[in-house]
Design a protein around this ligand. Structure first.
Ligand code: BGC
Length: 720
């Protein structure tokens, strides 16, 4: 629904001539205020009316999250907000303190890694749309998300915000999200471009990565955001790439993003990510945001204006930046009376949050104990600090002032009903002593079933912005605690929140294990629905869980966290499952893995010539052979048989989530274009799909391939 909302428009609409009069434009409706005109014509018209000072004011911050208004032309302040999981609490204009508003409670969506675990771009679209609606209702213009940096090491403090280790899955998730959000007259801002894969020394670390890994692993999600998602804003990363900060990086911003990908929107800095006027001016930054209050002295403020005036920097560079900023304003209908006005904290938004949690929680192990049957259970012990910990309001810039948050303890207690006795025991604490563990063991002995709810939290050093994890172990002595609980009660279900951790010490004796991420305001309800079987789990891992940290590539090669300010990604293309598969290292749980309460049969694989633009269509049947309804994510990987350049063992190139009733069978079609077969050839500076035989692998995870067939590409294709 669209309706007029901002005060500005309430006063001045509906008559454009009246607006023109009010703006002292001699009663004539200026072209830029005429919505029937083409976007670029409106941009040019407004650009021509701006003074130098006004232009400069549009390309740097005027407060923590806004740029100033230019009232004589009716240009309103432009408001940005974090972030990827909902609209953040309003921050004071000039400090990081909360603004103290009362209308800034919001719907809290699950973390990005949970959204990626749904393998459901349509649901990502719904989430994006819901956040876009809330953003509009809160008067925002640009939302700082989604965040699509690749999960390179399990230790990165911001992995929870990102979409996992695979570029294709990340890209599909981002595209759905962006299209949903931008449908609400909001600009998404995909971040952090690029290679912000660790928080350690994030403001300065210089990333060295070879051209193929850059193109095949670290850039595709951004490229999809731009070229398929149509994203209007991109945020540069804090780190450096090949010796130049990413917010002023000629290769990334000018040559790739704006040149090769034809990006027409704006590039903003991460907060404080700009470092030099000349570099910013020439190397592609269009909007400087930051943390200091000295807005007039930002690199793209007075120092830039001085350089323009004395001729040491060219004026057309400024016009390009302003044009890009204005383009985003017109694209999101900032000047139009029918701009979407959104809605806040609706039941529909809460339902989206719940569905993302239901679809994203991953069942890793089940010896048959799940789903729980309340008629056979008298007492459940719920153990663990995360059973009661509120998570939405922490973690750094993605934190939210959630309207409410259902904890696991609340969700399970409500679902279990009055006939089941619930005992809660904290078990561990961020600074707890051994007495907590002793009490938890005593509770475990009294119960028919234990539901342990632990894992990470969003404290610094855990899943949190600004620092990486110290190691891959569960914090706060949880390995020992879980083992003690398992010894006390052999029916122990382990639910881990946060990003994955090492499980070796206790996974063998656990009756069931779930990876439950951070699941937003409805997380406790969603978890209970899965534990009791109201919802059949269907999430699949968007990242490999290694047995030990040393098994994962960046750590096996000692290529993390770098030294002397430089980190070299020496694993190249072999990130995540590409490494584990190629090197034949057995992970704890492979990429794409996740169990269900039902079973699925794959059959009848056929490769048929594709329609125009498609190389081949992969067709197969999927059948629910169990006795519960449920969704399966069918995954498609491609293996090249005789590559000229080294290629990973297999790569994800398609997937489809299918919901089936018991006994139901459905035909699935996944079209493959040339990109599914291509690799980046640095010597040709282009993508190549080589004349060769490829094996198409279809299955339930990267290591549970059910069907395969060979496909011969008759000729070599070169493309960009
Ligand atoms: C983060 C960004 C965030 C920005 C504004 C930075 O520290 O890296 O992701 O959007 O702050 O809060």
């Amino acid at each position: 629904m669209k309706r007029t909302s901002s005060l500005f428009w309430r006063f001045l609409c509906p008559s454009l001539p009246a607006l023109a009069l009010a703006l002292n434009l001699h009663g004539q409706t200026p072209l830029y205020l005429d919505p029937s005109q083409k976007l670029d014509a409106r941009v040019d018209d407004l650009l021509a009316r701006l003074t130098l000072d006004e232009k400069i004011s549009l390309i740097h911050a005027g407060s923590k999250f806004s740029t100033p208004a230019i009232s004589r032309l009716g240009i309103p302040e432009r408001w940005m907000s974090d972030g990827p999981m909902g609209v953040r609490e309003d921050i004071s204009r000039d400090s990081w303190n909360a603004a103290g508003h009362t209308g800034d409670f919001s719907t809290a969506m699950p973390a990005g890694i949970c959204l990626a675990s749904t393998w459901d771009p349509d649901l990502a679209h719904e989430e994006g749309q819901a956040i876009g609606e809330e953003a509009r209702a809160r008067g925002k213009d640009i939302m700082l998300g989604p965040a699509v940096n690749i999960y390179r090491t399990p230790l990165c403090g911001r992995n929870f915000e990102y979409f996992g280790e695979d570029p294709y899955l990340s890209g599909c998730t981002a595209v759905g999200y962006i299209q949903g959000e931008q449908s609400q007259d909001i600009s998404s801002c995909v971040k952090h471009f690029a290679l912000n894969n660790q928080e350690f020394e994030r403001g300065s670390i210089d990333v060295e990565v070879d051209e193929r890994a850059l193109r095949e692993i670290y850039l595709p999600a951004f490229r999809a955001a731009v070229q398929e998602g149509g994203v209007w804003s991109v945020m540069g990363a804090y780190n450096q790439f090949r010796g130049q900060h990413c917010c002023e990086n000629d290769y990334l911003l000018n040559q790739i993003l704006k040149g090769e990908w034809s990006f027409k929107g704006l590039v903003m800095s991460d907060w404080g990510g700009a470092h030099d006027t000349r570099e910013c001016a020439l190397n592609g930054l269009d909007l400087e945001m930051g943390s200091s209050q000295d807005y007039d002295n930002y690199y793209l403020a007075q120092p830039y204006e001085d350089a323009l005036k004395n001729g040491s920097l060219p004026m057309d560079g400024l016009d390009d930046k302003v044009r890009r900023n204005l383009r985003v304003m017109f694209a999101t209908h900032v000047f139009d009376s029918d701009r979407a006005t959104g809605s806040l904290n609706t039941a529909a938004h809460q339902a989206v949050s719940r569905r993302v949690a239901e679809e994203g929680i991953v069942l890793l192990k089940n010896n048959g104990i799940l789903p729980l049957d309340t008629s056979r259970i008298k007492t459940i012990a719920i153990i663990g600090d995360n059973a009661t910990r509120l998570q939405c309001h922490t973690g750094g810039s993605s934190e939210l002032k959630a309207l409410y948050e259902i904890t696991p303890l609340q969700g399970i207690t409500k679902r279990a009903g009055d006939d089941v006795n619930i005992i809660f025991s904290q078990g561990y604490a961020t600074n707890g002593g051994p007495e907590l563990a002793a009490r938890a063991v005593a509770a475990a002995k009294l119960a028919d079933v234990v539901i342990y709810v632990g894992g990470l939290n969003k404290q610094p050093g855990g899943d949190s912005e600004g620092a990486d994890r110290k190691d891959f172990k569960l914090p706060y002595g949880q390995d020992e605690l879980i083992q003690k609980i398992e010894a006390a009660n052999h029916k122990t279900i382990v639910v881990l929140l946060g990003t994955p951790a090492e499980m070796d010490a206790w996974v063998g004796r656990a009756s069931a294990v779930l990876q439950a991420w951070y699941t937003g305001m409805e997380g406790g309800n969603a978890l209970a629905e899965i534990l009791f079987g109201d919802v059949n789990p269907s999430g699949k891992l968007p990242c490999t869980i290694p047995k030990r940290l040393e098994d994962s590539p960046a750590h096996a090669l000692r290529a993390y966290p770098g030294s002397d300010g430089v980190v070299t990604y020496s694993e190249g293309l072999l990130v995540g499952y590409r490494w584990f598969d190629t090197k034949k290292i057995e992970p704890q749980c492979p990429f794409g893995y996740g169990l269900s309460y039902t079973t699925f049969k794959y059959s009848d694989l056929k490769l048929v010539p594709g329609a125009k633009g498609t190389i081949v269509e992969v067709q197969f049947n999927l059948e629910n052979t169990g006795n519960r309804p449920g969704a399966e994510v069918a995954e498609l990987y491609v293996h090249e048989n005789r590559p000229h350049l080294m290629r990973p063992e297999k790569e994800l190139k398609g997937f489809k989530r299918v919901y089936l009733q018991p006994g139901e069978k459905q035909a699935v079609t996944i079209p493959l274009t040339q990109t599914a077969f291509g690799y980046y050839d640095p010597s040709q500076k282009s993508w190549v799909a080589q004349k060769d035989t490829f094996t198409i692998l279809v299955g339930s995870s990267s290591q549970d391939i059910r069907l395969n067939a060979d496909f011969s590409l008759p000729e070599t294709l070169t493309f960009n």
